[in-house]
Design a protein around this ligand. Sequence first.
Ligand code: GLN
Length: 543
Amino acid sequence: MTTRFIFITGGVVSSLGKGLASAALGALLQARGYRVRLRKLDPYLNVDPGTMSPYQHGECYVTDDGAETDLDLGHYERFTGVPARQSDNVTTGRIYQTVIQRERRGDYLGATVQVIPHVTDAIKEFIRADLTDEDFVLCEIGGTVGDIESLPFLEAIRQFGNEVGPERSLFIHLTLLPYIPTAGELKTKPTQHSVKELLSVGIQPAILLCRADRPIPESERRKIALFCNIRQERVIAALDTDTIYQVPINYHEQGFDDQVLRWFDLPCTGEPDLERWRDVVRHIRAPEGEVSIAVVGKYTDLLDSYKSLIEALTHGGIANNVKVRILWQDAELFEAGDPVHHLEGVHGILVPGGFGERGTEGMIRAAQFAREKRVPYFGICFGMQMAVIEAARNLAGMPSAGSSEFGIRAEPVIGLMTEWQHGNRVERRDVDGDLGGTMRLGAYPAWLGDGTKARDIYGQAVISERHRHRYEVNITLRERLEAAGLSFSGLSPDGELPEIVELPGHPWFVGVQFHPELKSKPFAPHPLFQAFIHAAVVQSRLV
Ligand code: GLN
């Protein structure tokens, strides 16, 4: 089958869940037996979101091939199971970087380099690049229609649609119908304006997804259809749901996948197989118990920073038939006082990834509390490093143990990675290097020791997980730390880089240098999250 391209834009306001809508449509098409690929075009000037603060942009999602991408790629992967790649996320910054490099090389043969056609050509190249016979490529355009910065992207997809024709392209627009209590009505005007805005750049959307907090009356759908020049059955309600995993089911019930297939003249007889989604939702809605997990981090004001983590904990709950209640704890609060009253009674403690010194003493205290009180502890990346510092200080007699990430330390048990093996290559870094794209990024294998908890949890000796870090646990301290009770249960294949540490004899104390949350799926919970939540369930029976 030839590849068809679906473009998803958003209007009225941001945060309507365009990423989720794209991911859910991907899942629906997949459930009908099609091969899908999802991509995101982001209008900002950063080359990638790797250097952006989690407070600004939320989580940075890392792919197997080491790209630092937008968090929507996490949704795509969780919903479709298709591993995202570097080539699935592009920004204005990267497009301009490419165009300017070409200009410097002289590739444009003396032409005046312009937004149209040079920038729009580069965008279209990206849309087509690195495809392998997918039936559908879904491209989400970041930002909101009407923003100055998204104009080149809209122009590029307009051209693209014109070039491949309507039989191979489809424009979907996601908008909001706000409910005005004094009028007692859902309002359609913002949607009308947003579609007008799209029309002004030459794009007539064929399907509208309308977010609303209540059912949309037929009369309003008729009105939207009339004013926006869209068939009424293609005005699809996107109502709020109790769980995001219900979204593909709702969309199907609203006829979304049918309308997409009809647009392309593809058969839409029969039902898509949505059993896996129904099963996930059943588990989420009818848990047999509840566990509380304290997440001690520093970006707790913007929960988008922990998007994949939250989902992976939910998946761990699904696997154990329990609801996971997350208690967000600002690590800085623990620095001043005793964390005991915040942590007493929780069934598990998780310290997630992070950067910079602020809050770290609090995280170290949380790890100490978990170790001493025998509460399940899960340290992810930074959380592993903090657990190692805690063990070095309090078990191995190194009172000034710290990380060189925070400046010069007398006992840097965590130090800058200056050299590591990447396949057949050796990667090298130094203190003065660039910050963007230079961490140890993406999938690396790790070997798990016989008889360790890690080996038992994974049920295999070699694993591959995604990384995003600049610092590492100092391997030369292995003997000393192991003698003190902290076991190095997972190592890089050359034995140089600690990947997993654990405390034998503790009910569940595991720190990992990688980000397992990135690979967890609702229908395939990650083994570490499954095991951690299981340990929390056991703990909940003790307290
Ligand atoms: N700041 C730490 C490092 O760079 C941990 C990074 C992380 O948690 N992703 O190694």
